[in-house]
Design a protein around this ligand. Sequence first.
Ligand code: HEM
Length: 231
Amino acid sequence: MTQTATQTQQRTVRVWDPWVRISHWLTAGAFFGAYFITEDNLPVHVWLGYLIGALLLVRIVWGFVGTEHARFRDFLFGPRRIFAYLGELLGGHPRRYLGHNPAGAAMIYLLLIGLAGTTVTGLQVYAAEEKAGPLAGWYAGAGLIQWPTAHANGYEEEEEEEDGHEAAEEHEESEEAEALEEWHEFFANATLALVGLHVLGVIVSSRLHRENLPRAMITGRKAPVKEDDKA
Ligand code: HEM
């Protein structure tokens, strides 16, 4: 006998609200987009970065005021619980959670930190190298306050000295920009590695619990937790 959509819905419960699902897939798409579109199309890279930053800020607020399983307090587990869960996982019988499981939750915090680090260092690089973006004022060379220069009082010697200072400052600036760029790349690559582990975790969990977690991140629904789900 075939089951109707309503019958299937009755056997599942709503877990992920629409905002969690939309922001998840938008973040994933924007991250991959920004990772592969770099200097060859900087405006697109920067706008994808802004999108990730905005989604991240809203997700953090949602973690305090959002729906049950979106709230941080729903997936805040101590190291003991995380390691116990990893033990259950190795034993092949992990306890099933309706929201994020302890290992998945730890990974989500790492992903959020990775994304935040990538976004902030991206804004810094953009400011230091292109003198653009919201942090541009912090990397304007002379700082936020523009002091009067030798041009204003006409002393040639001071002007030469000033030129020397400017060259030294520019050198320091470019060194700073390079260091920032390295940090930006580090965070982006670390986040990509975390995404790999995250997807692996999703596949392993889906297999062990015989459920399709990526589909749940699309429909928002999962089978309810039963007594025999527990380890
Ligand atoms: C750049 C890529 C990705 C990033 C940054 C990312 C990040 C995240 C984050 C932050 C969450 C927590 C969702 C929330 O509570 O708001 C999450 C959950 C989830 N992600 Fe991803 N994700 C990425 C790619 C993927 C891909 C490709 C898949 C599909 C295989 C996937 C499947 C899932 C699933 C199923 C969950 C829910 C896990 C659970 O049931 O506990 N993610 N992801």
